[in-house]
Every structure is written in C-alpha cells, then in structure tokens.
Design a protein around this ligand. Structure first.
Ligand code: BGC
Length: 338
C-alpha cells in the first residue's frame, strides 16, 4: 500500500514537472469578437491550472500578417506545441514550415488550417452539423411551399474562413431544393458566397449590407415586401443585421426568422427578446477539455484521442479530428443558458 502511494505520488510529481516545463503557444484570430476574446483567456487559464506554460496572442483585428509573425515568433522561441485559431486558414503555410521543421505539434483550433501538412490535429465542433441545424431551422419555421413562398436573404461569413464554407454548404443542401422550385426566394438575387460574404465576419459590415438590401429590394417592416427569414451564419453577423432591422422599424412581431451560432451574450439577449430566432451553443468547456486532453497525450509522448478521421480534409490530408457537438438554442430551451 505504502509502495503504491509512493509510485502514485512519484508519477504525479513527474507529470506536474513535465507539464510545467511544457509551453503551449495559443494564437487566437481576433480580440474584437466576443467568442474569441473570451475563449483565449479561458483556454489560457485552464491550461495554466493544469501546469502548462502558456503564451497567448490575439491577431489584432483579424490581421493575418500579425498572426503569421506571432506563429513564427512562437516557433522560433521553441514552444512545445501550438494551438491556432486561424484568421485565414489557407495563409499560414509559410509560418507553419518553421513549426514543422522543429517538430512542434500543431492543433488547428475550431477553424481548419488548410494547404499544409504541418497540422497535427483538428479540434472543433462538427461545423457541417452547424450548417445543417441552421438550414433546417429556417425550413421548420418558415414552412415554405410553392403556393406560399417565403423571402429569405443570405449572409455568408468571411471568404477566407473554411468554416464558413462548411456552414454554408450544409445549410444550402437543405435550402437549395426549396430555392429551385420557388418555395424560397432570394429577392436580392445574391446567393453565392462571393455575393453574400461579410469580410472578417464584421458586425458593422453585416449591418451595412442589411441596409443596402432593404433599400435595393424594398423590404419593409410595415406593408411592402415581407422579408421572412435570414440565413446568418454567426451571431456576430446577426447582431449587425438586427441593429439595422430595429433601426428600420422591425419589432419582434415582424422581424424575419434570423439564425446564428455561438450563443454570444448579445445573441442570447436577442433570442430572449424575440429579435433572433435561434443560435447554436458551442461549449467552450467541451472544446477546451478536448484541447487539454490532446496536450496531455502529446506532452507525454502519446497519440491524442480523436473521434473522427474522415470528415475533414485540409487539402493535404484527412485530419485526425476531435469534433464536439453543437446544440441548437431557441426560446424553447434558452433558459438553460441564462
Ligand atoms: C467560427 C464561429 C464564429 C465565426 C466568426 C467561425 O470560424 O466557427 O464560431 O462565429 O468564425 O468568428
């Protein structure tokens, strides 16, 4: 018994010493969005509480040059692992070459880093599932038919973020048959990612685009052409959209069905007040637990546990991924998050 205790305490001392010396570079895309701002600090705290050293950097206002510099600097300073929430997943190939040369494991955090074999693991939510939930929600709420068609508009995210592509593709698989037979109509005529994207996922640009659509199509809160639904890929866009719609006289009784994701504080407030129909909760605790488990395995020389090896390909390889489960939130279950 005594012997066992000695072994256990020696092992935990070994693990503590090992993780204390283990430095993780955490690189987040921006500090200007609720989601990323909070997640950077939360992850840092959690890793530190488990004995890891952490170097945390934010990419300014989604500044890709800055993010590349941060990654190079971390690789040069010989961190033991990198956790990267990318700005433009396809623009890190050069800086990640340094990491690869130094055998630094790289975890692609939430957003898939593409076009490089330097990425070791992908930890995210099932982003395809997110898009499915958003598309299906619009159909369920609008019940569009050829005899009773509904008007929708589409707000894609940032063109350089691969996640936006996954959300959109899956949502569109559900919406397209309705669009094709005229049960759903996009009166602005803007449907493709190139026509509907919001650079940098910026709230102010989403707001501006909403204004332009109202003006050009002639949608109106009182009489006029009715806007029934908006496929908005994330809460940061929905916030800008709702800002404009409120300003233009929309109220909870006539606002279109607006989707979102992230369950930001603003979105939860909007769902509660009836301005936003739904959001998607992506538990940062679950995501961080997965990152932590991976780092524990990697730092002790083991392979990390993954739960998917076929769904996400980064253009170079099928990613060893750990995918967490997104959860639909609307006014029927909002209470659990308040
Ligand atoms: C993330 C979303 C987020 C969006 C804007 C996406 O890559 O998966 O959760 O809302 O970026 O930051």
């Amino acid at each position: 018994m005594k012997f066992q205790k000695v072994i256990i305490s020696t092992l935990s001392l070994f693990f503590t010493l090992q993780t204390q010396a283990y430095t993780v570079g955490v690189v987040m895309p921006t500090q200007n969005e609720d989601r990323w701002y909070h997640e950077g600090f939360e992850l840092e705290q959690q890793l530190k509480s488990k004995g890891f050293n952490v170097e945390l950097f934010y990419g300014g206002d989604s500044d890709i040059t800055l993010q590349n510099r941060q990654i190079k600097r971390l690789a040069d300073s010989n961190v033991d692992a990198l956790v990267i929430g990318s700005i433009d997943g396809n623009a890190l190939t050069e800086s990640l070459k340094d990491a690869k040369r130094k055998n630094i494991p790289v975890i692609s955090y939430d957003r898939l880093i593409t076009g490089t074999d330097a990425v070791t693991y992908y930890v995210s939510f099932d982003n395809q599932q997110v898009g499915k939930i958003q598309g299906q929600y619009l159909i369920d709420k609008l019940q569009p038919t050829v005899d009773n068609p509904k008007n929708i508009e589409i707000f894609y995210g940032s063109l350089d973020d691969k996640n936006a592509h996954f959300f959109y593709e899956e949502a569109m698989k559900i919406l397209k048959p309705y669009l094709d037979r005229g049960a759903l109509i996009v009166k602005s005529g803007k449907i493709s990612p190139e026509q509907t994207n919001i650079p940098g996922w910026r709230t102010d640009l989403a707001s501006k685009r909403m204004d332009e659509i109202l003006d050009t199509v002639g949608y109106s809160a009182n009489g006029g052409t009715k806007l029934d639904g908006i496929l908005s890929l994330a809460d940061c866009l929905s916030e800008g959209i709702i800002f404009t719609l409120k300003k233009r006289g929309y109220t909870p009784s006539n606002i279109p069905v607006i989707t979102g994701q992230d369950a930001t504080a603003e979105a939860l407030k909007n769902v509660k007040e009836g301005y936003q129909a739904m959001t998607i909760y992506k538990s940062s605790e679950e995501l961080h637990e997965a990152v932590l488990d991976m780092l524990k395995s990697i730092s002790s020389g083991h392979k990390a546990t993954v739960n998917d090896t076929t769904t996400y390909n980064n253009g170079v390889k099928d990613m060893d991924s750990y995918l967490c489960t997104p959860e639909l939130i609307d006014n029927s279950n909002l209470a659990k998050l308040l």
